[in-house]
Design a protein around this ligand. Structure first.
Ligand SMILES: Nc1ncnc2c1ncn2[C@@H]1O[C@H](COP(=O)(O)OP(=O)(O)O)[C@@H](O)[C@H]1O
Ligand SMILES: [Mg+2]
Length: 348
């Protein structure tokens, strides 16, 4: 079942924290809401769940206007960062909670609790209390509890951010599996972690202070971001100010060849090229600069090279003989690996 925000605005004490959000999550789709802290992601989720009341605009679930429905009538499963399990209830009682509140018959409750625990790999833990579980297991129970009511949509608010890195990637795989097993359930997944968004989501909606900045598939946003904010939030990006020319752009007195896609010669623009697409050595588009920083990252070295007062990052395959600090180096990139974005302050 799909979710639709139709020009949804939410304000607290006159402060608009969600500004005319228009966004559609298709039935069965996983949509990530990605953005920095305070950008309005949780508020958007709470508007769907019924905990934040829009000042204007409507929220639809499967075509039905639910804006005036109380939360418990919306058929939504919600999982938050802090698990929010009842400490005095056993795992099975926690999972049964929503069903009991809905006065579901006993046999049905037992069946659904078993099913939800099975789905989340927690079948063997039914009689434990939350304090007897690890963080990852508690979050699985929270997900089981959300699934037990057979929600039409599943809302997840930074569900992995309380877990350590290793657990997180395991849980990420679990969520992807869950989505394959419940292909009809739409998911709206709030995160500030671009890896989670890129890994899990069919599409990503990028938020920046109360506003939607861009929405597209991970590939679209990565390869052709609409603006510098989106470019820097979805994957690392080099963002440098350039002037558009007939053949491409000029930067630091160097002519760069690239697709200007209709930009007007003479206009200012921001050049975006991903660090892994910048190589060390001669190539079609050359940038000469000074090495300011080198980071070894296992499989790659990241070079920070100062070119005419701007820092350009290059991720190159681990170098046998890396350049030294202060060395002059030549970087290069292919014309098709760069895109021109509207001029503006980069967030690189
Ligand atoms: N209940 C509330 N009362 C007042 N301000 C709030 C409330 N909830 C959130 N805000 C404010 O709304 C803005 C967006 O918050 P939130 O949606 O939680 O952002 P995010 O989830 O992206 O971090 C923040 O500036 C936050 O301080
Ligand atoms: Mg939040």
């Amino acid at each position: 079942m799909g979710i639709r925000f139709d020009s949804v605005t939410v304000a607290y004490d006159g402060n608009v924290v969600l500004d005319s959000l228009d966004l559609t999550v298709e039935p069965g789709e996983v949509m990530a809401l990605l953005g920095p802290s305070g950008s309005g992601k949780t508020t958007a989720l709470r508007a769907v769940a019924g905990f934040a009341r829009p000042a204007s605009g409507r929220v639809y679930l499967g075509g039905e206007d639910v804006t005036d429905l109380p939360p418990y009538r919306r058929g939504i499963g919600m999982v938050v960062q802090s698990y929010a399990l009842f400490p005095h209830l056993r795992v099975d009682e926690n999972v049964a909670f929503g069903l009991r509140a809905r006065r579901t018959p006993k046999d049905e409750v037992r069946r659904r609790v078993a099913e939800a625990l099975e789905l989340t790999g927690m079948a063997g833990y039914a009689r434990r209390h939350p304090r007897e579980l690890s963080g990852g297991q508690q979050q699985r129970v929270a997900i089981a509890r959300a699934l037990a009511i057979r929600p039409r949509v599943l809302l997840l608010d930074e569900p992995l951010s309380a877990l350590d890195t290793r657990l997180r990637s395991g849980m990420l795989a679990e969520l992807a599996r869950l989505h394959r097993e419940l292909p009809e359930v739409s998911m709206l997944y709030v995160t500030h972690d671009q890896v989670e968004a890129l890994t899990l989501a069919d599409r990503i909606a990028v938020m920046d202070t109360a506003r939607l900045r861009g929405c597209g598939t991970p590939k679209e946003l990565y390869r052709a971001p609409a603006d510098a904010f989106t470019a820097s939030f979805v994957g690392g990006a080099n963002l440098v100010p350039v002037t558009v020319t007939a053949q491409g752009a000029s930067f630091a007195g160097t002519e760069l060849e690239l697709d200007t896609a209709g930009a007007v010669a003479g206009a200012r623009a921001t050049l975006c090229v991903r660090p892994h697409l910048v190589g060390l050595g001669e190539g079609p588009n050359r940038l000469v600069g000074t090495v300011r920083e080198i980071q070894w990252r296992g499989a790659t070295h990241r070079l920070y090279v100062e070119v005419d007062g701007h820092t350009v990052m290059a991720d190159v395959r681990e170098l046998k003989d890396p350049p030294g600090y202060g060395d002059q180096v030549t970087l290069s990139f292919e014309p098709e690996d760069a895109v021109l974005l509207p001029a503006g302050v980069g967030h690189g």
